[in-house]
Write a protein that binds this ligand. Structure first.
Ligand code: ZN
Length: 166
């Protein structure tokens, strides 16, 4: 298990367009293993390679329904529908939350760590996470979509409502 340091907002690597992955080799497998370890240690819903300083189009997203991690290499959104607005945070913007509007459903095409193409889809939080992580690969952060960060009280209110809904 190898943990990598998660870089925070302000570092250049978070604002760069990442290059496609072209070699599905041991080096890539190590990167994906480290992304999984680092994400599960941090307790987040997703992590993209540029967040650990690697400018390649690779990320990991947690499926909110199955709680399984999905590895996405060279991903793109091929279909989307609906709309949702809710609190969003980022491991590279620690301790902060903001309201972001995203599609409620997305379908993503990507390669796995061996280069095989596949498609996945997600709704609600999972869809939000796909959108968030894919944006990282183009050098964008969710903070570009918000007017302001939520206050602690607002964050608490949002998450207590969510628990009530379950
Ligand atoms: Zn993020």
């Amino acid at each position: 298990m190898a943990l990598r340091k998660i870089v925070v907002q302000g570092e250049d690597c978070l604002n760069k367009v990442c290059r496609p992955v072209t070699e599905f080799n041991r080096r890539l497998h190590l990167l994906m293993d480290d992304l999984l370890d680092t994400l599960s240690e941090a307790g987040g819903a997703g992590l993209a390679a540029p967040q650990v300083g690697v400018l390649r189009r690779a990320c990991v997203v947690m499926d909110d329904d199955t709680e399984e991690y999905i590895e996405l290499i060279n991903p793109s959104i091929i279909a989307q529908s609906g709309e949702q607005t809710g609190p969003e945070g980022c491991l590279s913007v620690p301790g902060k939350w903001g309201l972001v509007t995203r599609p409620n459903y997305v379908r993503v095409r990507a390669q796995d760590r061996d280069g095989k193409w596949f498609e996945v889809e997600g709704e609600g939080l999972t869809a939000r996470c796909y959108c968030h992580e894919l944006e990282h690969l183009d050098g964008h952060l969710y903070t570009e979509h918000i007017d302001r960060f939520l206050t602690d009280e607002e964050v608490e209110e949002y998450f207590s409502q969510e628990e009530g809904a379950d």
